[in-house]
Design a protein around this ligand. Structure first.
Ligand code: NDP
Ligand SMILES: O=C(O)C1=N[C@H](C(=O)O)C[C@H](O)C1
Length: 252
């Protein structure tokens, strides 16, 4: 029998952290050895003998948490948002000094959300226009969502590779924000509404037709199979993996 995965959850008191604790406790091949919040010393994960961390904290803390884990030889599964290009590049440099350590940064752990992004990237080169609407609960501290940013990046790459022109847009005057944020040339609109959890629509338009790809997470349970898959896989994938799609076979 292979050794237990000894897991420390960071952001333990949060909406995702508390759900992850339940999922890890229920997994037969895992042991929850530490659960840390804002005021806890990171050293506690070492004292507890963790082999893996799951970071579900806040954008302001996640980089420090993950770098601490890597520096100490722990694998990291990261769901927290805020990992821009610069932070990921800097983490890759750090990982070069720890060639056995794996990190997964997953903008979204839900299988349906990962598939939506992949389908959107596949479809994007066939349509003149593409825009994203992401809709979340009003307690979310960042906008646009990490998932929408990742989806826009994948769409932009697919369109660039195929030589597709930017989406047409004749807007000459606008109120600030009326056309949303622009991520790699893709407009992203953020809705914050009581009652929602995590939702995204990708709208693709061509002459006389529209394709809408929509994913809904109604419950944070939707993220847990992805968190557990990440924990079970990350040690066998040294270096940085960006996106759970890196651990899935998404081809036909
Ligand atoms: N990848 C994915 O599939 C998903 C990712 N997310 C992302 O995960 C993150 C957490 O989301 P959510 O659970 O809703 O947020 P919450 O605000 O509910 O939880 C965040 C928790 O982190 C704690 N925290 C703050 N600072 C630190 C620190 N330095 N070390 C450890 N913990 C800390 C907070 O404590 P306190 O309350 O004291 O500040 C809080 O308990 C967000 O970035 C969100 O976008 C969310 C859902 C799915
Ligand atoms: O804050 C959330 O809730 C979520 N955050 C992630 C994001 O920003 O994409 C994942 C999911 O959308 C839920």
């Amino acid at each position: 029998m292979s050794a237990q995965i000894k897991v420390a959850v960071l952001g333990a008191g949060g909406r995702m952290g508390s759900e992850a604790i339940t999922a890890v406790k229920a997994a037969e091949d895992m042991e929850l050895v530490a659960a840390l919040g804002r005021n806890d010393e990171l050293r506690a994960v070492l004292d507890a003998g963790a082999t893996h961390i799951v970071d579900l904290s806040v954008p302001a803390a996640t980089e420090q948490n993950v770098r601490f884990a890597v520096e100490n030889g722990l694998h990291a599964v990261v769901g927290t948002t805020g990992w821009d290009d610069q932070k990921r590049e800097s983490l890759c440099e750090l990982l070069q000094s720890k060639p056995d350590v794996g990190v997964l940064i997953a903008p979204n752990f839900a299988l349906g959300a990962v598939l939506t992004s992949a389908f959107a990237a596949t479809a994007a080169k066939y349509f003149e226009s593409v825009e994203i609407i992401e809709l979340h609960h009003p307690n979310k501290v960042d906008a646009p969502s990490g998932t929408a940013v990742r989806t826009a990046e994948l769409i932009a790459t697919a369109r660039q590779d195929a030589g597709v022109a930017p989406s047409p847009d004749a807007t000459e005057t606008q109120l600030d924000g009326a056309r949303g944020a622009v991520v790699d040339g893709v407009h992203v609109h953020s809705v914050r509404l009581r009652g929602l959890v995590a939702h995204q629509e990708v709208l693709l338009g061509g002459p006389g037709e529209q394709l809408t790809l929509r994913h809904d997470s109604f419950d944070r349970a939707s993220f847990m199979p992805g968190v557990l898959l990440g924990l079970r896989t990350v040690a066998s994938r040294p270096g940085l993996t960006y996106g759970l799609d890196g651990y899935l076979e998404l081809g036909a």
